[in-house]
Design a protein around this ligand. Structure first.
Ligand SMILES: *[C@@H]1O[C@H](CO)[C@@H](O)[C@H](O)[C@H]1NC(C)=O
Ligand SMILES: *[C@@H]1O[C@H](CO)[C@@H](O)[C@H](O)[C@H]1NC(C)=O
Ligand SMILES: *[C@@H]1O[C@H](CO)[C@@H](O)[C@H](O)[C@H]1NC(C)=O
Length: 318
């Protein structure tokens, strides 16, 4: 039978609609005797509605995976991500991600950027605002904060990859002053969405800028809902630096699946939020793409999951 494109679209809508709407990601990690067990059949409901549409997709356990699409070109990608390494996030990791998600969310408040007032809902009073930066044209923004309790200098990004250079030099100037004055502080870079992509880029940029001041052990990157930044060569390079990249993804959030892989590859440790209850974060170890976290639900993505991470609105300063 020859399918016309409207009929293909209608078929897709018919099968996808109930899947996407009726089945939120279920909590697919359970605790037993204080040990964490990853439950295999996390995506059974999604599969039930999609078998007939996605015949060609390889399945692992009961999960519909596009593992063949992600990895067929590169053996390293497969070996860098083993199922046995998958675990549940510890409470301190969860707290850390909540902290950085709130920090990224503050960048969407106009009182914070560009006005430089540290008084919004998620503005952590233990941090001191040092300076904000805005590109005149493309709405790329950044700020530097310092946490003396945390002994950390924080850089927060919001905006677009292509205008990174518009804020880079001014930001480095202020950052260098802080890093010189507080040489034993860590440097942490964060950002949500495209800001997360900027954070990855900036982390690597810092490392290359001055390895005496910014080095693997004192440099950390935390992103939320970050799209892929570069191709395989870029991803491998980023991995080879050993810099700590922690990538928080939420349920069916579409953004981490963009742009498509290959040729783009994620890098770092993925923390995939699987449910609304705090504590349901699955960790896929440091490496390239993992089929066991956010990728396991592809292609059943949605937009809504991009805007609420751990109950925190990222994007509207709510
Ligand atoms: C699980 O952990 C809790 C608190 O840490 C402890 O009280 C309890 O005895 C533990 N249960 C088992 C089965 O180890
Ligand atoms: C790199 O950082 C170190 C330590 O802060 C500093 O002494 C040195 O001058 C810096 N190098 C350059 C080229 O800025
Ligand atoms: C990163 O870690 C690996 C394994 O520990 C090591 O072989 C490599 O030299 C490290 N790379 C850098 C740039 O420090």
């Amino acid at each position: 039978m020859k399918l016309t494109s409207p009929s293909i679209i209608l078929t897709l809508i018919y099968f996808l609609f109930p899947t996407i709407v009726a089945h939120p990601v279920i909590n697919n990690i359970k605790k037993q005797d204080n040990k964490t067990i990853a439950v295999e059949n996390s995506e059974r409901p999604a599969l039930k509605n999609s078998d007939s549409v996605y015949d060609g997709i390889e399945q692992h356990g009961d999960m519909a995976l596009k593992i063949n699409l992600f990895f067929d070109s590169d053996e390293d990608a497969v070996s860098s991500s083993r199922r046995t390494d998958v675990r549940q996030a510890t409470q301190s990791e969860i707290d850390e991600h909540i902290f950085y998600t709130k920090l990224s969310a503050t960048a969407y408040c106009r009182t914070v950027i560009p006005l430089g007032k540290w008084n919004c809902k998620h503005c952590d009073k233990s941090l001191k605002m040092i300076k904000t930066f805005s590109s005149p044209i493309d709405d790329t923004n950044a700020m530097i904060l310092r946490g003396d309790q945390q002994k950390t200098i924080y850089i927060v990004f919001r905006g677009f990859l292509h205008s990174y250079n518009d804020v880079r030099d001014a930001l480095l100037e202020t950052l260098n002053v802080q890093a010189r004055k507080y040489p034993n502080y860590k440097v942490a870079v964060t950002g949500d969405s495209m800001g997360g992509a900027l954070a990855v880029l900036h982390g690597l940029d810092l490392l290359n800028y001055n390895r005496t001041r910014y080095y693997t052990k004192n440099l950390q990157v935390f992103t939320q809902g970050q799209p892929r930044v570069g191709n395989l060569k870029f991803a491998k390079y980023a991995l080879s630096t050993n810099i700590s990249i922690n990538r928080l993804t939420n349920k069916r959030d579409l953004f981490p699946h963009l742009p498509s892989s290959p040729p783009y590859f994620h890098v770092g440790k993925e923390y995939w939020i699987t449910g609304d209850i705090a504590g349901t974060i699955r960790v896929c170890p440091n490496g390239l793409e993992s089929p066991y976290c956010g990728n396991s639900i592809f292609p059943f993505t949605n937009f809504l999951d991009h805007y609420y991470y751990l109950g925190i609105n990222v994007g509207l300063c709510l």
